[in-house]
Design a protein around this ligand. Structure first.
Ligand code: ADP
Ligand code: MG
Length: 329
């Protein structure tokens, strides 16, 4: 178990304040917009920076006073930071040579990692001869080489184009399931966090504002900021909630609460074809609602009926402070 106990780090105009636990075989995603403190937190765990206050524990060991090389932490940096003049195999072996492993154990370990990350055919190439996805896997193999006690990944798919990200996402999930060490993966992408992690911590301006499983977070976001950041589109402000007989709080209308085909009249104001799904904008009782699903056969200007299943509507807390907009970079 990795434990961050009341960790504080302050920079001009920024304050990180976090307590967190990651189980021995668990992957935790740290999800937050740019500038929320995700990389800072990873650097503190790796020992690349020192906290102002607080402690970092791994099982019964206090890591806080230890230098990075004694923490046995594997780190995948956002830009991978591979050595350009070394081959794939040499990049993976680098830390093992530094740690004075013998020639044979190094060869054996490198072969294992080439297999795990499907890089064996590329073992002798240099980084510039690899695709983005292959480079990403070299960085991962190198981070895992010395059998670290903790794995930290900073936006591991951030440098890749969308299609490759989707491909590698499920592969990375499989590898993380095999590694069985406490892992923190940083991302600003909600779907990445959901696919990779059992627990997701939402970070806003240096504070964890919600922690839970992907399902808990998605179905029960605490406030409008979190709901929007997790991809929900239909929110009612407190003043919009009253006419529906709801308490004067913000509310989330999840897609499951919208039933097309019965109820009160609505008009399609926009239709966006997206391939396997179609997105609609619907004007209903003065609200603009977003709907997305399999081809509904509806077009701009069509009139339909909508019923809201109020039992599925989620009351949210008033946001404490909204000094960061979701999706801002
Ligand atoms: P994220 O990884 O979530 O995008 P960071 O952890 O990189 O965010 O940064 C969080 C905040 O801390 C930002 O406002 C950033 O400018 C500031 N910051 C990070 N590192 C330093 C540093 N070495 N010196 C001063 N400010 C820093
Ligand atoms: Mg960062």
């Amino acid at each position: 178990m990795l434990r961050l106990v009341d960790i504080r780090k302050t920079y001009p105009g920024f304050a990180l304040s976090v307590s967190l636990e990651v189980g021995s075989r668990q992957t935790l995603a740290l999800l937050g917009p740019s500038g929320s403190g995700k990389s800072t937190l990873l650097r503190l765990v790796a020992g690349l920076d020192a906290p102002d206050l607080g402690q970092i524990w791994l099982h019964d060991t206090n890591l806080t006073p230890l230098p990075p090389e004694e923490r046995r932490v594997g780190f995948v940096f956002q830009d991978y930071a591979l050595f350009p003049h070394l081959s794939v195999a040499e990049n993976i072996a680098f830390g093992l040579r530094e740690a004075r492993w013998g020639k044979e154990p190094i060869q054996k370990r490198v072969a294992e990692l080439l297999e795990l990350t499907h890089l064996a055919p590329h073992a002798h190439k240099r980084p510039h001869q690899l695709s983005g996805g292959e480079r990403q896997r070299v960085a991962l193999a190198r981070a895992l080489a010395h059998q670290p006690n903790v794995l930290l990944l900073d936006e591991p798919l951030g440098a890749l184009d969308l299609k490759l990200r989707q491909e590698l996402l499920f592969e990375l999930r499989t590898i993380l399931h095999q590694t069985q060490i406490p892992t923190i993966v940083v991302t600003h992408d909600q779907s990445e966090a959901f696919v990779l992690a059992e627990q997701v911590a939402v970070l806003q301006a240096g504070q964890i504002v919600q922690l839970g499983s992907p399902e808990e977070l998605y179905h029960r976001p605490k406030n409008p900021w979190i709901a929007t950041f997790l991809g929900h589109r239909n929110l009612l402000l407190p003043e919009q909630s009253r006419p529906f007989g709801l308490p004067p709080l913000p509310h989330l209308l999840p897609q499951e609460a919208l039933q097309l085909g019965q109820g009160e009249e609505a008009q399609v104001s926009e239709r966006i074809f997206m391939g396997s799904t179609v997105a609609l904008k619907l004007i209903w009782r003065g609200l603009e609602l977003h709907w997305e699903g399999p081809e509904p056969g509806l077009y701009k200007g069509d009139r339909i009926k909508i019923r809201v299943d109020w039992s599925r509507v989620v009351a949210l807390e008033n946001p404490a402070e909204q000094n960061q907009r979701p999706g801002s970079t």
